[in-house]
Design a protein around this ligand. Structure first.
Ligand code: WT7
Length: 704
């Protein structure tokens, strides 16, 4: 059966972010700051000559050498079952060993994490490598003995930004179990769907956590998740509940005897336990990370142990420029891929000290980030354009009032506007820090396009050239290469595999091939990687300097504050409201978050008050996905614009929502519907449109 995602990128998709992307002018190059260069891990451009295409795949041994292997690999890359690649075949290693045990001789007393609770009165907690090692061992023993977790089992983890999250991940990795971390801000319902898809019998959660000044009851989500999983036929036997405040339970959710286990009261039995790290084949899955695609069902991206970890550690060293003496702060949530690679696995494998922050970046005021950075002496900051826009808007001079010592600044997740980039460089970095804009995806495990901070000139608004050993190319819709410097946009693809590439979609290898490889494949029987370009799903241009500028998704995915949401997922949430007949979701530009979903619905005959239905739809989206999917507006229309074959023209709705020209609508079955919707969205005399917002919380980057 053909997968809808394997088809031409715009089939079934009438609006794409690329089509409505802002087109920035070509910017000047800026040299990396001299002081940064003098200390950089890589300051010599000749490194590129070691990673040219003719050195592929052996060039990546350099990354694998940064790890400790229980048994060395014999084959760097096996392409026998392309595009299912196997990296460092024959090698055996354990990820938890690489992040913990091997650091004990030299770094035992060094903090792995500096955990900053959201309430400012609570002290910062330093967790040393020795303490992290002990906590991981104890929790691994508990997982093994109280929940029966074994190598290969899936464990779903629904935790916020507390040290217990990396502890849980590393405990799973120690046992060879596959963790599936679900972003803490996702709803119980969304968590349940992921539990069912992964076949997890065990859920790890926490009673509560602080966010925006409130102690949220998180355990309640676990009960919803277990119920949702049960509806899909997956039973959860054990719910392991950490405590936010050790002295008491922070939840009013009922306790289910026999299923729920209070971790804090159980752990003392495992005091001092040592669990030997299970040596895993390089190809053994390390974790699943669910992400949104074109269809309603989230995809479980499966990452392997050896290839992923090698890529995480190699790119952390080169692109984050991590040194043992740095204090590094990545503001992403560990529940997204950025946190997995660039808070947990990469930095810990390099024995870095990282800041972990529980709460909202602007709580209790917009200077919170700068206070933390000053107090903890943060040298490297890593965040998203949405957070940068938010901080700039809240207090454009804020950073100047603090003694900030950043030498390196990273951005990730969305295109960064050149003027936002400049604020980051000049005001946050004082012009002294190197800025890297890193383009990559959940599927890719690590950075694919970025400048090397100590080598390459920076160019505001451009992600930069392909990462070392990664060879991007722009292909047009017919598969022809779009040469650099033409200014023409096309589909961003990668010619070759790299160690961080995901192995498959959990339980759906067909969809893996169909979504990412079929479109530009030259020969479906080929075992040669050259015939299987990876199709990223982004539109981009390549300048004559070889730098890539990312324009946005070419599929049904909306990037909100640097996170991916599937329009189909949101639409199916809308359709759970009984009165809704049809739903269409389009991305609209948002000053802070980049894009937000806007919803159009039509009602069934005899439906009650449209205002009430609209509120019910907004609520349903929050309950089934999470607050991050909150629509900017829900618009009730009498008639959706449709093609003669009855397909909703999302392109037209997207144009209306973004105050753009709707283009040719003469081929529609009902062109008159367009004027009616325009009148609704843009009442005469008001321009640009003022959508009726469903929330007014401009201080929240939208990730909870
Ligand atoms: C999508 C992947 C990679 C971690 C965070 C997001 C967009 C990502 C950039 C960037 C422009 C970017 C792309 C991509 N994206 N980084 N530097 N510039 N766009 O991971 O949730 O898998 O989303 O985010 O559209 O396809 P993700």
């Amino acid at each position: 059966m053909p997968d809808p995602e394997g088809a031409a990128p715009n089939s079934g998709v009438d609006v794409s972010e690329a089509q409505i992307a802002v087109h920035w002018k070509e910017e000047e190059h800026l040299p990396p700051p001299a002081k940064f260069v003098s200390q950089a891990n890589v300051a010599d451009g000749s490194i590129r000559s070691r990673f040219t295409l003719d050195r592929f795949p052996d060039c990546f041994r350099e990354y694998a050498e940064l790890l400790s292997w229980e048994r060395r690999w014999h084959t760097t890359l096996d392409t026998e079952r392309a595009p299912f690649y196997r990296w460092f075949v024959g090698g055996r290693l354990n990820a938890s060993f690489n992040c913990l045990d091997r650091h004990l001789p030299h770094h035992a007393a060094k903090p792995a994490f500096l955990w900053v609770p959201e309430p400012e009165a609570e002290p910062v907690l330093a967790v040393t490598y020795r303490e992290l090692y002990e906590r991981v061992n104890e929790f691994a023993a508990l997982l093994r003995d109280r929940a029966g977790v074994r190598a290969g089992d899936r464990v779903t983890v629904h935790l916020p930004m507390v040290p217990e999250l990396p502890v849980t991940m590393l405990a799973c990795a120690r046992l060879g179990a596959i963790h599936s971390v679900v972003f803490g801000g996702f709803s119980g319902e969304a968590c349940g769907v992921r539990i069912a898809d992964s076949g997890s019998r065990v859920l790890v959660t926490i009673d509560g956590y602080y966010r925006g000044g409130k102690l949220l009851d998180h355990k309640a989500n676990a009960d919803l998740a277990v119920a949702a999983a049960a509806r899909e036929g997956q039973r959860v036997d054990h719910v392991l509940v950490w405590r936010r405040r050790p002295e008491e339970r922070s939840t009013s959710a009922p306790w289910v005897e026999g299923r729920d286990l209070d971790v804090v009261t159980e752990l003392p039995r495992f005091r001092g336990a040592e669990v030997p790290p299970v040596p895993m084949e390089s190809e053994a899955p390390l974790f699943l990370m669910y992400t949104s695609g074109t269809t309603g069902r989230p995809k479980g991206c499966q990452h392997g142990t050896g290839g992923y970890l090698a890529y995480a550690v190699g790119t952390s060293r080169i692109y984050q420029d991590l040194h043992p003496e740095d204090v590094y702060w990545c503001l992403a949530d560990i529940g997204w891929i950025t946190g997995h690679t660039y808070i947990v696995y990469g930095p810990l494998a390099l024995a870095t000290t990282s800041v972990l922050y529980e709460g909202l970046p602007t709580f209790p005021d917009p200077a919170r980030i700068w206070r933390i950075a000053e107090r903890l002496g943060v040298t490297i900051l890593h965040t998203s354009p949405t957070t940068i826009r938010l901080l700039r808007k809240a207090d454009p001079e804020g950073p100047r009032r603090f003694d900030l010592r950043f030498k390196h600044l990273t951005t990730v997740g969305e295109p960064i506007e050149p003027d936002v980039w400049r604020w980051y460089f000049e005001v946050v970095g004082g012009g002294r820090a190197a800025v890297v804009d890193t383009w990559w995806q959940t599927e890719t495990g690590g950075v694919l396009c970025s400048t090397i901070p100590g080598v390459d000139p920076m160019k505001p608004g451009s992600a930069g050239p392909g990462a070392l050993g990664v060879h991007p190319v722009i292909l047009d819709d017919h598969g022809a290469e779009v040469p650099p410097g033409t200014g023409r946009a096309g589909n961003l693809c990668i010619r070759n595999p790299w160690p961080g590439i995901f192995q498959t979609i959990w339980g759906d290898p067909e969809r893996f091939v169909a979504t990412y490889f079929r479109r530009f494949n030259r020969d479906p029987t080929s075992r040669d990687w050259q015939d299987w370009p990876y199709f990223a799903g982004d539109g981009a241009t390549e300048s004559s300097d070889g730098y890539f500028r990312i324009l946005g998704r070419v599929d049904d995915v909306i990037n909100v504050a640097g996170h991916r949401l599937g329009t189909k997922e949101i639409e199916s949430a809308c359709l759970t409201v009984r009165e809704v007949a049809e739903a269409a979701v389009v991305p609209v530009h948002d000053e802070l978050r980049g894009r937000r979903p806007e919803i159009y619905i039509s009602l069934k005959p005899g439906a009650s008050d449209p205002g009430q239905v609209a509120s019910a739809v907004a609520r349903a989206v929050e309950e089934q996905i999470g607050k991050i999917a909150r629509p900017s507006a829900v618009r009730v229309v009498a008639d959706m614009p449709k093609t003669r074959s009855g397909k909703i023209m999302r392109r037209v709705l997207g144009a209306i929502s973004n105050s753009l020209d709707v283009g040719d609508i003469t081929t529609l079955a009902n062109p008159e519907a367009v004027a009616a919707i325009q009148a609704l969205v843009r009442p005469a005399g008001s321009s640009p449109p003022r959508p009726s917002r469903t929330d007014g919380d401009a201080a929240d980057p939208g990730d909870r």
